[in-house]
Design a binder for this molecule. Structure first.
Ligand code: ING
Length: 303
């Protein structure tokens, strides 16, 4: 079997006043704890360096730009890369990416996968952007990812690392079956993702009681239906009055939750992930080769 000792490093709130250096210090602390517990991979969360700024109307471009990284590693994140290669542990990191392409500023909600030598072996840009492109009336908190990011242009790539096929997603992506299936069709063994999931996201609160259920339902279904591990790491707790759900999990290819956080703070959970645990499903129930009938699936890719 191919075992990967994996950690999910859940983050509590990052306040608006907290610096990147403060956030990176917290990430380094959790990286050390993960290493101390025998892990070779730690999955951090979405937008792990700053507060969840898409909840705010930000009109000043310089202020908006202040939430993005223009290079990776950036000065603020270099200590994380250095600690990783010193400890010999790889990591998934979510952050806001600002690049100039053909003289045009492009903004993405991005994640990278870094191996145990500190080398970036995978990059992903969030495809499914929830919320709105314009501020909505009557909301205490906005959800303006469609204003502050473009949809990802890298598709759902997988890469080889940690002894298997690794894939990435970000937050809202986990609610869409296509996310997992595109990677499942590439033989993914583990999908890593971070999420910032505010209660009241829809502007209403009647579905808040189901937010944690829908969080796990989405990842457990994605794991089982594609015979893959899913590691979901929350940024959670109260950021300036907006409360986000926690309950980070490590989900086995069976769909079973094998580790779950129980606080709304920085918390490391771990599991010994057998990357061959999905084989029983790939060889039987989800043997894509013999069971799938793509000739009937055309509607899925139509607009
Ligand atoms: N956040 C949320 C997510 O998909 C959301 C949006 C919250 C959708 C609650 C449904 C319910 O988890 C991000 N950042 O995508």
């Amino acid at each position: 079997s191919r075992y990967v000792m994996t950690a999910s490093a859940q983050m509590g709130p990052i306040s608006k006043s907290e610096t990147r250096a403060d956030a990176v210090k917290r990430l380094v602390e959790m990286m050390r704890e993960a290493k101390g517990r025998g892990c070779e991979l730690v999955v951090f969360t979405e937008l792990a360096l700053t507060t969840f700024f898409p909840r705010w109307v930000i009109e000043d471009e310089a202020e908006l730009d202040s939430y993005y990284e223009t290079e990776m590693p950036s000065a603020a994140t270099l200590p994380l890369f250095e600690e990783a290669s010193k400890l010999g542990i790889g990591f998934y990191l979510g952050y806001a990416e600002l690049v100039i392409e053909n003289g045009v500023k492009r903004r993405y909600n991005t994640s990278i996968l870094v191996d145990q030598t500190g080398t970036i072996i995978g990059k992903y840009r969030k495809v499914h952007l929830p919320g709105h492109s314009e501020p909505q009336e009557g909301r205490a908190f906005q959800h303006l990812e469609k204003a502050y990011f473009e949809p990802g242009d890298l598709g759902f790539p997988v890469c080889r690392g940690f002894g298997g096929v690794m894939g990435m997603a970000i937050c809202n992506d986990r609610r869409w079956p296509e996310t997992y299936r595109v990677m499942g069709l590439q033989g993914v063994d583990m999908v890593m993702l971070g999420y910032n999931t505010p209660f009241g996201h829809t502007g209403k609160h009647e579905t808040d009681a189901l937010t944690n259920f829908h969080n796990h339902l989405s990842m457990q279904a994605g794991a089982y239906q594609n015979a893959t591990w899913v590691v979901g790491t929350a940024k959670c707790g109260d950021e300036e009055g907006s409360v986000m759900g926690g309950q980070s999990v490590i989900v086995a290819p069976s769909g079973e939750i094998v580790a779950q956080s129980y606080t709304m703070e920085d918390e490391v959970i771990t599991a010994k992930c057998d990357l061959d645990a999905g084989n029983i499903y790939r060889e039987t129930v989800f043997n894509f080769e013999i069971h799938r009938r793509p000739e009937h699936y055309g509607l899925i890719v139509e607009r």
